[in-house]
Ligand binder design. Structure first.
Ligand code: FAD
Ligand code: GLY
Length: 369
């Protein structure tokens, strides 16, 4: 066998890179193995929103995880820029969640009730007040909730900066290197199989997005990590300053005078391509929120495969009954938001430190007997 690679992280998406960063800055030897390029899958396709209140549907451990991760971004952004020179585009853009129908308004009001207890500042706005803030909003907007502390990053730059900082702290990155299988003796992990031979390491973290389930199958472990396709459009126009979150999709104003309109959520296997139908739906959603986008030039369109899980929650933590095997995937619509806390929790667990939050609710044990 080759020389010991330390902790081997399979996957150079935002989750694998965040884990490598947190391990490396603790002085743990770590090697990231990525079959293609960094951020080449969902992590490069994302909108980059940091939006705990948009996607957590109730108080509980998932919301706590999202809020804890949001709170890490200001110091992380500064730290990554100091170490790598890469700005991750962290902005408190603010999110305006809007209602277009009486039914949407009821749902928004219900969420506003419990969300006021989360500690994030929120303001209820009537339709006219929302249009005072964002004059391009449709006259159909009945009311809105303004959440000024939620925001965004550039997801590609975040992934690159995490990888760069991990490398600066001593991590090795092996790109264009597919992991063909995980090696074990009984239930003890020994390393991974690469095209060039074996890579030895006593701990493997599988952060391979929706491909995680396939890799684990080689060990006789059946964990569903289904891909959920998301299509996205970008316009050469920036008619809003805030992120606008509607009942059927969202608009994200980006640097360079561009606005993203996203996103579909589809179960179509590993087909990562856009469709005429998907893009038509996005264009309709965008016009419905901001009519001026009906006349804006489309800059580009793309799709990515979000890593799903059977209950829609992330799968983070050691695989019970195995020595040296950890999983970190299933972040579905929130992997960019959740990368900092996931990296921190996995590193804390591997280093035998107490974790900031309990990992129990996210343990792979809930799917593996
Ligand atoms: P991935 O990015 O898929 O990375 C996994 C990596 O593993 C890949 O690079 C892959 O090549 C590699 N890999 C797989 N198999 C192997 C192997 N055998 N050997 C070596 N490497 C392997 N989240 C947010 O928080 N905010 C958003 O606004 C947001 N918007 C989104 C919009 C869209 C359209 C999409 C598609 C997603 C969005 N997400 C968002 C979700 C977010 O992008 C994902 O949750 C996150 O990127 C998942 O990261 P990951 O590292 O787990 O997976
Ligand atoms: N979080 C936005 C998306 O997944 O589309």
């Amino acid at each position: 066998m080759e020389e010991d690679a330390g902790v081997i992280v399979v996957g150079g998406g935002v989750i694998g890179c965040a884990i490598a960063y947190h391990l490396a800055r603790r002085g743990v030897p770590v090697t990231v193995v990525e079959r293609r390029e960094l951020a080449g899958e969902a992590s490069g396709a994302a909108a980059g929103m940091l939006a705990p209140l948009a996607e957590a549907h109730a108080p509980g451990p998932f919301l706590d995880l999202c809020l804890a991760s949001l709170s890490l971004f200001p110091s992380l952004a500064a730290e990554l820029e100091a170490v790598t020179g890469i700005g991750i585009g962290y902005e408190r853009t603010g999110i305006l969640r809007v209602a277009l129908s009486a039914e949407d308004e009821d749902a928004l009001r219900e969420r506003y009730r419990w969300q006021k207890g989360t500690g994030l500042p929120l303001e209820w706005l009537g339709g006219d007040m929302a249009r005072e803030l964002e004059p391009a909003l449709s006259p159909r907007v009945r009311c809105a909730v303004l959440s000024p502390d939620e925001g965004q990053v550039d997801p590609q730059r975040l992934t690159m900066a995490l990888a760069g900082a991990a490398r600066a702290h001593g991590a090795h990155l092996l790109l264009s290197t597919p992991v063909a299988g995980i090696l074990r003796r009984g239930r003890r992990i020994l390393g991974v199989r690469l095209p060039s031979g074996l890579l030895r390491g006593g701990h493997v973290v599988v952060a391979a997005g929706p491909w995680t389930g396939r890799l684990l199958r080689g060990l006789g472990l059946y964990l569903a990590t289904p891909p959920r396709r998301g299509q996205m459009l970008a316009y050469h126009a920036r008619p809003v300053r805030h992120i606008v979150w509607g009942p059927d999709g969202y608009l994200v104003p980006k640097a360079g005078g561009v606005t993203y309109a996203g996103a579909t959520v589809e179960s179509v296997g590993f087909r990562r391509r856009t469709t005429a139908r998907g893009l038509r739906r996005l264009a309709q959603m965008a016009r419905g929120l901001v009519p001026a986008l009906g006349h804006a030039e489309v800059a580009s369109a793309w799709a990515g495969l979000r890593p799903g899980s059977p209950d829609g929650l992330p799968i983070i933590g050691p695989v019970p009954g195995w020595e040296g095997l950890t999983v970190a995937t299933g972040h579905f619509r929130n992997g960019i938001l959740l990368a900092p806390i996931t990296g921190r929790l996995v590193a804390q667990r591997i280093c035998g430190e107490g974790t900031d939050l309990p990992l129990g609710p996210f343990s792979p044990a809930r799917f593996l007997d």
